[in-house]
Ligand binder design. Structure first.
Ligand code: ATP
Length: 300
């Protein structure tokens, strides 16, 4: 019965999310697959409006429930200003994706706190703060529907003109117009197959419509074709401009443009600063910059 209760609770959460119609596809997929490890508070507080979008990690200590012996995050302190663009870099397993997950409160730290605008996420309803976060995943979900509806999913009340504006800002307009039926073309399953870079641009257009003060972006690791590479780069810059942005960065062009780069290793912040300052310091970042980042055409 406990399991049935959990399933019902999870379903009602998804249903609530659908009804609010505020979430992007990714949110639903995450909700459907996420372990139910956290609970909304009995007496929730509310974020002051308008939400500024500052983020704080205070002495965050975290291990995944299934792996208690490994600290995924080990004493993380981060103070991110509203509007700041942060690039998270580091070797595989360093904790980059874990930080992105903690901001959405898919897990709670074993000690320390994660805060939005100074408020502990554990004191807020998840639906209340998640609507202020837009997520652009590495491999966005594309529905078997028209390109137009796929973008509109970012904000179901958006007009056709707003959908097209968002597509322009996301550098998706031209490639969509070039499809046989333009914005009315079927994409996704049994429709036009989109490249990785095109899918990311659809996800960016959704995020633009969502218009949240906080943006979480997981850059594609795989090389994109040159045109997509440049277009995605421009679209991300546009989207990040007026928002607090956390990017799991794999591109040299991205880290160069970030206000601050956070270098992670074994769940710890081992260095931070701008690209030039970190390269000058040598060490792990300089090695990563030489070996790991994809150059891409936008990198010059
Ligand atoms: P990558 O570049 O490979 O994506 P990352 O820097 O994003 O790596 P994380 O995915 O945050 O690293 O992983 C941090 C640590 O937590 C690693 O030791 C990883 O094996 C572990 N980990 C990540 N996800 C889970 C999970 N769902 N369950 C258990 N352990 C996990």
């Amino acid at each position: 019965t406990i399991m049935v209760g959990g399933a019902v609770a999870a379903l009602s959460e998804v249903w609530g999310e659908l009804q609010r119609a505020a979430g992007a596809t990714e949110r639903l997929v995450e909700l459907l697959t996420a372990e139910d490890t956290v609970k909304d508070p009995a007496t929730p507080k509310t974020l002051a409006q308008p939400v500024k979008g500052t983020l704080q990690f205070e002495n965050v200590q975290f291990h995944y429930p299934s792996r208690p012996s490994i600290s995924a995050l080990d004493g993380i302190n981060l103070d991110i200003k509203a509007g700041e663009t942060i690039a998270l870099v580091g070797p595989s397993g360093a904790g980059k994706s874990t930080i992105i997950q903690m901001v959405q409160r898919f897990y709670d730290p074993q000690s320390g706190a994660v805060k939005i605008d100074g408020m502990d996420l554990r004191d807020l309803m998840r639906g209340d703060f998640r609507k202020h976060i837009a997520l652009v995943p590495q491999d966005p979900v594309i529905f078997a529907d028209t390109a137009r509806e796929n973008i509109r999913f970012g904000r179901p009340t958006a007009t056709d003109a707003e959908v097209e504006e968002a597509a322009k800002a996301a550098a998706a307009y031209d490639f969509l117009m070039a499809l046989p039926d333009g914005f009315e073309s079927y994409v996704g399953e049994r429709g036009v197959m989109l490249s990785g870079g095109q899918k990311q641009r659809i996800a960016i257009a959704r995020a633009i419509l969502r218009d949240a003060p906080i943006l979480l972006l997981d850059e594609a690791t795989s090389a994109l074709d040159a045109e997509s590479e440049y277009a995605v780069q421009r679209a991300v810059e546009e989207l990040a401009r007026s928002r607090t942005t956390l990017i799991v960065a794999h591109r040299l062009a991205t880290v160069k443009k970030a206000d601050r780069i956070i270098v992670l290793e074994d769940g710890k912040i081992v260095a931070q600063g701008t690209h030039d300052a970190l390269v000058a310091q040598g060490g792990l970042y300089a090695r990563l910059a030489r070996l790991q980042f994809t150059e891409g055409v936008a990198a010059e």
